[in-house]
Design a protein around this ligand. Structure first.
Ligand code: FMN
Length: 197
């Protein structure tokens, strides 16, 4: 069975991002997938310092908890990144982890390596925003997530966005939890979805 790596990007455990992610993971778990969930806030992840070691060696020079996450990134098939919207994009803690994936960008775009190029890897992005719905609320996140999934050679399968979480918690929204459970259950079959609730 395929392996799922779930990255939980909010520092608030059991709040909106986490509940949304867990609803998706419950579906995947019921289908039998092996799941590894990382709470980014519990990991010691230093910021990328732009030293360009990875631009030459293809590896990161910093020795911290990213070593474990690189291992999961190397050995998983399906990636779910879940993050809250801060200042119109993913929060800094999530972006910090993405920046540390520069080593994959370097291998792919600079060093010409073939890291996981021909593997069937899939990426799904979940995000919540406290403000009421607006059509471009989440749009600044998409180019970043697109490049992140490209760098790790995962096909960007879909987005699931929830607005207005500062007024109505995801916990109270059974419709959303049911819908995302179904996507989780069918996580290896769903294609090109863009859902905004
Ligand atoms: C520093 C900060 C910036 C935020 N910026 C935005 C924003 O630009 N747009 C938005 O819709 N919500 C924004 N929010 C609200 C969060 O997206 C919202 O509270 C969300 O539910 C947080 O996710 P969590 O409940 O999983 O922690 C911001 C919250 C914080 C703390």
């Amino acid at each position: 069975m395929k392996k799922i790596l779930a990255l939980m990007g909010s520092s608030r455990i059991n709040k909106n991002t986490d509940i949304l992610l867990d609803s998706m993971l419950k579906g995947a778990e019921d289908k039998g997938y092996e799941i590894n969930k990382i709470y980014i806030s519990k990991e010691n992840i230093s910021p990328c310092k732009g030293c360009n070691y990875c631009g030459i060696k293809g590896e990161c020079v910093i020795n911290d908890d990213m070593a474990k996450i690189y291992d999961y990134l190397d050995n998983s098939d399906i990636f779910i990144l879940a993050a809250p919207l801060y200042f119109n994009t993913v929060n800094g803690m999530t972006k910090n982890l993405i920046d540390r994936c520069q080593r994959y960008w370097s291998v792919k775009y600079k060093l010409g390596g073939d890291y996981k190029r021909n593997h069937d890897r899939r990426g799904i992005f979940l995000a919540v925003g406290g403000a009421e719905y607006s059509h471009d609320q989440f749009s600044a996140t998409i180019p970043t997530i697109d490049l992140f999934f490209k760098a790790i050679n995962a096909k960007y399968i879909g987005n699931y966005f929830v607005s207005n979480t500062d007024n109505i918690s995801v916990q109270e929204r059974k419709d959303i939890k049911d819908e995302i459970y179904e996507i989780g259950y069918n996580i290896d079959e769903v294609e090109n979805f863009y859902i905004h609730r």
